[in-house]
Design a binder for this molecule. Structure first.
Ligand SMILES: [Zn+2]
Length: 222
């Protein structure tokens, strides 16, 4: 809206029209590893420690960049019609149930609802799996059950899965999920599963956008 008014303004200078938009990194929710290493690089007087922190920081940031480029490359490589699928999966922040605004509830232990999302990066479709803490917990077994349910629902021609997730040890990066994928490759139509873990502190997944929609609707319909 603002830009069209400048365009229509006969007195606007070239400088006014040169919007030169730029984006800066958010000052909140920064990466703990980056912050800790940058702090050493900036403030430490121990040159050996500074040099080693620089190397660690470079390595960490390269891994983060590599994960992003790898995901983009996978999305470009496959099409929704191919026999492969590219997904990311994540668990949403726990949802208090019911959503009460009474101040007293802040100090009380509320029941939680869990919501797990599998986002198809080729079609943009999101599948959600919800349960509450009276039904099950939110560990690797529950994540595994959701993944099995999702994989069983795939079209029969799909035989390769490329999956992205964070490196949460209790949920995604553990022997149970590894063994589950090995079992599926051995005993189902799936022939390959590539599970790729994003670098901690630099995780952006499309599931976050899906969770954003849940949060938005939650405010409207508590
Ligand atoms: Zn970082």
């Amino acid at each position: 809206m603002e830009s069209s008014s400048v365009d229509e303004d006969p007195y606007a200078t070239d400088e006014d029209r040169d919007y030169n938009p730029s984006f800066h990194r958010s000052d909140t929710d920064t990466c703990t590893t980056c912050d800790a290493l940058q702090n050493i690089v900036k403030r430490s007087t121990n040159q050996e420690r500074v040099a080693s922190s620089k190397v660690k920081l470079e390595y960490h940031q390269r891994r983060a960049d590599k994960a992003v480029s790898c995901k983009l490359s996978d999305i470009k490589t496959y099409t929704p019609q191919s026999d492969s699928i590219v997904i990311c999966f994540d668990l949403q922040q726990t949802l208090p149930t019911l959503l009460l605004t009474t101040s007293k509830t802040f100090y009380l232990r509320q029941p939680w609802t869990y919501n797990f999302c599998v986002h198809n990066l080729l079609t943009g479709a999101a599948d959600m799996y919800s349960w509450d803490e009276t039904v099950a917990s939110r560990g690797s077994q529950e994540i595994g059950s959701c993944l099995v349910s999702y994989i069983k629902s795939l079209p029969p021609n799909v035989n390769k899965i490329v999956a992205y997730s964070d490196s949460c040890g209790g949920q995604n990066k553990n022997k149970y999920i590894c063994k589950l994928f090995m079992f599926l490759v051995r005993d189902s139509a799936i022939k390959e599963i590539h599970h790729k873990l994003l670098e901690p502190g630099h995780i952006y997944m499309e599931c976050d956008r899906d969770f954003g929609m849940v949060e938005k609707n939650k405010r409207k319909n508590p």
